[in-house]
Ligand binder design. Structure first.
Ligand code: ADP
Length: 309
């Protein structure tokens, strides 16, 4: 086989309540695998997709589009073959497309002996996100590439900041197996924001960032509040309010919509609380008769991981 890498491409939770389109964090034990290899035949090819029904055509697959953006800057005619082993369902709200975009550009950069910085890789991976949702957002690809918690301070120019991740934070994520179209999730959002709500929201973003750096878990909890998007979007997610109430009652620091949904995240201090939260939200969902997955994961501070090279 030609020079290749096998990688773990992690799932991510974007927005984190108050940080719509700017905050995100990386999960540790939920993600796809990819095998990316150099080929003597120039061009980018998706040679295999396992576990999901996604397009093999390079220009329709986020991994292909992201790698083409990278190669445009690399300016050498090289060949890349990509195999994707999907474990994160597309449209789940835990960064399925981002895992493929970020994973593909990370792997190619590794194979080329790292000509690009992590920030540059974020920009290439955003081209994949643009294909998936029509919007080149970085709140999933940034944590997938940098690990831990990330803040997109600015989109133009792109300025991504890695935040501190306190050791004891654990995520519980429930993924109801229903489809919430990203277009629908975007269409319920208002384009104008009331100033009073904006003040509350940026206060919370600052509070969350400060809470992460000072490891002040109570401050993190107080700041996990979304007064702008969640009240509008949560109506698309069955049992959202009951899940949130159950999670908080079991000791979660905060609970909100993961990305554009339908997944819901709860952030807790310690694995025991996170497991209790998982149990209580499972009880809520079992009553609905809907299928769902639950993940409990530590924060992945590294991001994409090399499995084999
Ligand atoms: P998520 O929030 O789980 O990332 P998105 O709505 O952002 O879901 O992205 C899923 C969309 O991207 C689907 O329309 C899917 O067909 C498309 N897509 C294209 N290539 C991929 C890929 N390699 N992995 C996941 N989704 C992909």
């Amino acid at each position: 086989m030609n020079k290749h890498v096998k990688i773990f491409a992690p799932a991510t939770v974007a927005n984190l309540s108050c940080g719509f389109d700017v905050l995100g964090c990386c999960l540790d034990n939920v993600g796809d695998e990819m095998i990316v290899s150099l080929s003597s035949e120039p061009g980018v090819r998706i040679t295999k997709i396992d576990g999901a029904d996604l397009p093999l055509e390079t220009h329709k697959n986020v991994a292909g589009v992201a790698v083409e953006a990278l190669l445009k800057e690399y300016k050498k005619d090289i060949g890349i073959n990509i195999e994707i082993y999907k474990k994160i369902k597309a449209g789940s709200g835990i960064g399925s497309s981002a895992a493929s975009s970020a994973g593909a550009v990370w792997a190619v950069n590794h194979l080329l002996n790292s000509p690009f910085t992590p920030q540059e890789l974020v920009a290439f991976a955003m081209e994949g996100e643009k294909l998936a949702s029509g919007n080149a957002h970085a709140d999933n690809v940034a944590p997938a590439l940098l690990g831990g918690f990330t803040l997109v301070r600015s989109y133009t120019p792109l300025d991504v900041i890695k935040l501190h991740a306190p050791e004891d934070l654990v995520m519980t994520v429930i993924h109801p197996q229903i489809e919430v179209k990203t277009a629908d999730a975007r269409s319920v959002i208002k384009q104008n924001v009331d100033l009073k709500k904006a003040i509350q929201q940026w206060g919370n973003v600052g509070g969350l960032v400060a809470g992460l750096f000072t490891e002040d878990y109570q401050l993190i909890g107080r700041s996990l509040e979304d007064v702008i998007i969640e009240p509008l979007r949560s109506i698309l997610i069955p049992e959202f309010n009951n899940v949130k109430e159950a999670a908080i009652q079991k000791g979660a620091l905060g609970c909100g919509i993961s990305g554009s949904g339908p997944s819901i995240f709860a952030l807790s201090k310690g694995i025991e609380t996170a497991n209790n939260v998982a149990e209580s939200i499972k009880e809520v969902y079992q009553k609905t008769g809907l299928d769902f997955d639950i993940h409990v994961s530590k924060i992945n501070k590294k991001g994409i991981k090399l499995i084999e090279s």
